[in-house]
Design a protein around this ligand. Structure first.
Ligand code: CMX
Length: 435
C-alpha cells in the first residue's frame, strides 16, 4: 500500500490549487466583524485561523475531517482483537482527509516504532531533572532539546527551496511523534517507578508501546483505554492554546520541535490541559472532605465552596463548547463498560448530575457542562496510574499527533508569519470615539 508521505505528496498540489482559487475568487470578502469586547476577552469568536483537521461546533462538539467521535470509533482501524480506534488512524485522517486501510495503519505503527529511539543526550537531560520539576516542564524541556535532531533546521541553515519545507516538517513531525512516548515514559519511570523503561516492540502499535514503557501493558483494558485516550485528545481545531501556540511558533519557521514545545507549554496551563490533573485532585479532596456515598446536597455544597473561594470548577466550562463535550461522553461510555462500580467513577457521575445546575445558578460560565478533562483522570487512576501531576503528559503525547498534521499543511500551503495587529487602550479609546 501507499505510504503516508507518498499520499501526502499527491494531495498537496491539488490543495494548493484549491486554496489559491478560493483566495482569488473570494479573497477580499468580509467573513467576521470584531467588537472591542472580543479584543479584551481572549479574541473569543474572532475568525482568523485555518485548521484543516477538525472543526468544533459549539453544540455538537468536534468533527475530525467531518467525522464525529462515534463515527471515528466505528470506521478507524483497530488493533487485532481490539475495539477502540488506533490513534495512528486518526493521524492519517487528520493529515490526508482519508480513512486509512488496516495495512496502512499497521505500517504507520511500524514506522513510528522504527523511529522511536531517543538520542542519549535526551535521556541524560531527563535523568538530570530534579524530581520536584513538574513532569510537563520536563516533557517540554526534552522536546525542545530534540531540536538537535531537526532535519528542518539543518536544511534551512544550508538553504532550501520553500517548496521543500513540508518534506522536512513531515520528517521532523514523524520523528517527534515516534519519540514522545519514550520521553513521556522516561519521565514517568524516573519520577514514580524504578527509572527503567522497556524497549519499543517493533511489531506493536503506538499505544501498546506507550503503555508498555509506562509499565501498564499487562492490562489489555488499559492499552485499549490508551488507544481511545490518545485518539480523542489529539485535536480540537486551531484556536485552543496548544494548537494555536504550535501554529504560531511554526509560522516563524521555528522547527516542529520548537513549535511543539511551545504547544506543550501552553497545554501545561490549568485553564487548558492541566485541568485533568486539577480534576482528580479536586475529586480526591472532595472525597476526603465529605466522605463516600454522599448526598447530592453535600456535593452541591462542595461545588459552592469551590466557587465561593473564587476558584474554577476544574473540568467544567469551555471557550467554545456549550454542551457536554463528546470526548467526555466517549470516556463515560468506556467507564460504564469497564469500571461501572469504581467509586471515583460514581463520584464523577454524581458531579455530572449536579455541577451543571450549580454552575448555571452561579451564573458566570457560559457553559456549565463537563469538558474532556472532567473524566480522563478517573479512568487512569482506576488502572493504577494514580500520579495526577503526570496526566497532562499523556494529553501532550496525544496533542502532538493533532497539531503536527496542521504544521505540515502550514508549510505545504506556504502559510505566512502570524502577526495580528495590537493597539494600546489609549489608542482603542481614540478608535472607538471615531465610530
Ligand atoms: N468554574 C467556575 N467559573 C467558571 C468556570 C468553571 N468551570 N468556567 C468559566 N467560569 C467563569 C470564568 O472564570 C469567567 O469568570 P470571570 O468573568 O470572573 O472572568 C466566566 O465564568 C465566563 O467565562 P466563560 O466565557 O464561560 O469561559 P472562558 O471561555 O473564558 O474560559 C475555560 C473557558 C475552559 C478556561 C473555563 O471554563 C474554565 O476555567 N474551566 C475550568 C478549567 C478547565 O476545565 N479547563 C479545561 C478546558 C478544556 C481543555 O482545554 O483541556
Amino acid at each position: 500500500p501507499q505510504t503516508l508521505k507518498d499520499r501526502l505528496a499527491e494531495l498537496i498540489p491539488g490543495e494548493q490549487e484549491n486554496v489559491k482559487n478560493l483566495r482569488t475568487e473570494h479573497g477580499n470578502k468580509k467573513i467576521c466583524e470584531v467588537t472591542l469586547d472580543q479584543v479584551y476577552t481572549g479574541m473569543r469568536g474572532i475568525i482568523g485561523l485555518v485548521w484543516e483537521g477538525s472543526v468544533l461546533d459549539s453544540e455538537e462538539g468536534i468533527r475530525f475531517r467531518g467525522k464525529t467521535i462515534p463515527e471515528c470509533q466505528q470506521i478507524l482501524p483497530k488493533a487485532p482483537g481490539g475495539q477502540e480506534p488506533l490513534p495512528e488512524g486518526l493521524f492519517w485522517l487528520l493529515l490526508t482527509g482519508e480513512v486509512p486501510s488496516e495495512q496502512q495503519v499497521r505500517d504507520l505503527s511500524a514506522e513510528w516504532a522504527a523511529r522511536a529511539e531517543l538520542p542519549s543526550y535526551i535521556g541524560e537531560l531527563i535523568d538530570r531533572c530534579p524530581s520536584t520539576l513538574h513532569p510537563m516542564a520536563q516533557f517540554s524541556l526534552a522536546v525542545t532539546a530534540l531540536e538537535g535532531e531537526s532535519t528542518f533546521s539543518k536544511a534551512y541553515e544550508k538553504g532550501i527551496n520553500k517548496k521543500e519545507y513540508w518534506i522536512y516538517t513531515f520528517e521532523d513531525s514523524m520523528n517527534l511523534i515516534a519519540k514522545v512516548p519514550g520521553i513521556a515514559a522516561r519521565i514517568y519511570r524516573n519520577l514514580f517507578r524504578d527509572g527503567k523503561v522497556a524497549d519499543i516492540q517493533k511489531d506493536k502499535d503506538y499505544s501498546f508501546n506507550l503503555a508498555n514503557m509506562l509499565g501498564f501493558a499487562e492490562n489489555k483494558d488499559f492499552v485499549e483505554l490508551l488507544r481511545l485516550y490518545l485518539t480523542i485528545h489529539m485535536d480540537h481545531e486551531g484556536g485552543n492554546v496548544s494548537a494555536h501556540a504550535t501554529h504560531l511558533i511554526g509560522s516563524a519557521l521555528s522547527s516542529p520541535m520548537l513549535s511543539l514545545a511551545a504547544g506543550l507549554n501552553g497545554l501545561a496551563g490549568p485553564l487548558h490541559g492541566l485541568a485533568n490533573q486539577e480534576v482528580l485532585r479536586w475529586l480526591v479532596k472532595m472525597k476526603e472532605t465529605i466522605g463516600d456515598n454522599v448526598s447530592e446536597k453535600r456535593i452541591s455544597d462542595y461545588l459552592w465552596s469551590t466557587l465561593k473561594a473564587g476558584q474554577v470548577v476544574p473540568g467544567y466550562g469551555h471557550a467554545v463548547l456549550r454542551k457536554t463535550d463528546p470526548r467526555y461522553m466517549a470516556q463515560r461510555e468506556f467507564a460504564l463498560k469497564y469500571l461501572p462500580e469504581d467509586p471515583m467513577f460514581k463520584l464523577v457521575s454524581q458531579v455530572y448530575k449536579i455541577a451543571p445546575r450549580v454552575l448555571a445558578e452561579h451564573g458566570k460560565t457560559k457553559n456549565p457542562y463537563p469538558n474532556v478533562d472532567a473524566h480522563s483522570g478517573v479512568l487512569l487512576q482506576y488502572y493504577g496510574l494514580t500520579e495526577s501531576n503526570y496526566y497532562t503528559v499523556l494529553f501532550g503525547v496525544s496533542r502532538a499527533l493533532g497539531v503536527l498534521p496542521q504544521l505540515i499543511w502550514d508549510r505545504a500551503l506556504g502559510m505566512s508569519l502570524e502577526r495580528p495587529k495590537s493597539f494600546s487602550t489609549e489608542m482603542y479609546k481614540k478608535i472607538v470615539k471615531k465610530l
